[in-house]
Design a protein around this ligand. Sequence first.
Ligand SMILES: C[S@@+](CC[C@H](N)C(=O)[O-])C[C@H]1O[C@@H](n2cnc3c(N)ncnc32)[C@H](O)[C@@H]1O
Ligand code: SF4
Ligand code: SF4
Length: 606
Amino acid sequence: MLVRQTKNTFIRFIGEMGYITNQMTRHDRTYNETGADFLREINRFPQDVDDIVARLRKVYNDSVSTEELRADFIEFIKDLDEHLFLVVGETREELDEKDLDFSYSLENPKTLVYDYTQETKQKVDECTQDFMLEATQREPHLNGLQFELTSRCNERCIHCYIPNPKKNAGGDMPVEKVKSLIDEFAEMGGLHVTLSGGEVLLHSDIISIMQYCREKDMQISILSNLIALKDEQIPAIKEANVSIVQTSLYSMDPDIHDLITTVKGSQVKTKAAIEKLVAADIPVQISCPVMKANYQGYADVLKYAQSLRCKAQTDYIMMAQSDLDTSNLANRLSLDETEVLLKDIMQWDKDYKEDTLRHPPLSEEIAFDIERFAKQPLCGAGINDCCITENGDVYPCAGWQGMVCGNVYKQSLKDIWENSLQMKQIRAITQGDFPKCLKCNARDYCAMCLVRNYNESGGDMFKINKHFCDVAFINKKVVEEYAASNAENYAMHYEWLICDIYHCGRYGVAAADADIYRRLVSCYFKLVQAQNDIHRNREHECQKEYNEILEEMNLHLKYSIDSIICGKQENYDKLKILKQDFPLPNIIAINYMIDSLRQILKDEKQ
Ligand SMILES: C[S@@+](CC[C@H](N)C(=O)[O-])C[C@H]1O[C@@H](n2cnc3c(N)ncnc32)[C@H](O)[C@@H]1O
Ligand code: SF4
Ligand code: SF4
């Protein structure tokens, strides 16, 4: 029996911890102890399982029998094979056949499956990325490196955080320097290289840099406006097996897009390039930052992305320029415009709705463990990511060019990463440094960020930016209003679901009608109100009432789930966020489950 990594899988070791990730499914896992030992034996070349087991026996000093070890190893690789991390088979040809290339003709080209947080026997029961962040907080590990390979750009976007004088001054990092930094990054155990700018396609050696990243087994992302893409570069990009090419498309109306980029004809070129990359089966992500000029038409961009089966994202949170000039923010949406946009997104953007509902408010987990939360970092900047600009300056994340941590023409990357005072300072910052946020009701809707604080406040990363606070509260309001305004619908959905499952009429199952749902909604809003008054007071009367109704509903829903799933994995998968144990955390998650269950029932009946 032979085994090897798939071409889209990457394996790394962070201290004793083994990490495996697949850039196509976006799944990842961490392993310690035996799992990490097993992972160490697997690489890109087909190997005989018996040879690996023989090597492993030496690792374990013959403390386990060959049969036991073989059985454990086979169980391990078969599971990873099933989830597309590895290919296992009898011949090399069989492995090649099983190793899928990225293609838009796949069932779901961006992820294949929804759930990013797979359980393994040895893994903690939380999202791998959160787990990694906590692990690397103790022991920083440079996992992602963004290069701004050139400061030149062929556009002058009205919102851009990179100051125009920097673009005008020009400057590329020489290819040899880039390669030596990639070598250093590889030695440090790095995984993910982002090639950006300015406009990265203006760098004359971009293709050879990409190829070098591939040789060094890097996961590659490219950020580009694509207007300079040449046809002959496309096969090389395909060959480099990039994880994603992210490009900005601001509007389907060429005039609006061009007004933002200030380059006539840019929309037509970007769009044509996107279509060429898609035709070549290269994964493209369309990014549509939303501002005053394009907020009326952003949905058309999302529809266009959907028609191509591309991943898409919107971003309405604009940051100030990295030189602390805030004039680009004149293009930012006002709070009223943001509210209109968020309502629209909530209504129409399925991905956004899923994401929001995936992280339901009133996070019980955080209410229980605020102490642990206070110790968590804000993000991975300086803990597992950093950036290098074309002049060699290193800073913790894109857009934070004001926070120079060192220069790779004067020191090694490793030295800067390990010893820079700025890096150490950023690393030491935790959620607890923002006491106001620990008690904040909008925390679950907030995208507070050190760079945004820094750039907009004239250089103080601890000065919480009021605009982002206001946006967080608007976001919370929109989500809650959405839940409330759909209460009647959900009540009827719930009733329909329960009646269908119990094979009864409206009053056939005691208390299993829409009224329970309505009581839950009204109690939920009483609870939210109470929690606004007394922060997360779990002994509050409303909380007790809420929990009682929740329990009542959960009983019925649990029965519904069992009946609908009928042991079928595909039905279980469709429940998405709801694979967790009861009790469900709150009303929004319940809405989501009711929707999900109704859909499965409908599908079954068709
Ligand atoms: C700085 S650009 C570099 C890559 C390439 N030139 C491009 O435009 O895609 C990367 C992304 O940052 C976005 N961006 C630029 N200025 C921004 C700002 N002030 N706030 C948030 N995102 C911004 C761009 O729209 C683009 O999607
Ligand atoms: S957003 Fe990108 S394309 Fe636009 S000016 Fe900035 S770097 Fe150039
Ligand atoms: S909304 Fe403001 S106070 Fe609340 S968590 Fe966000 S940054 Fe902190």
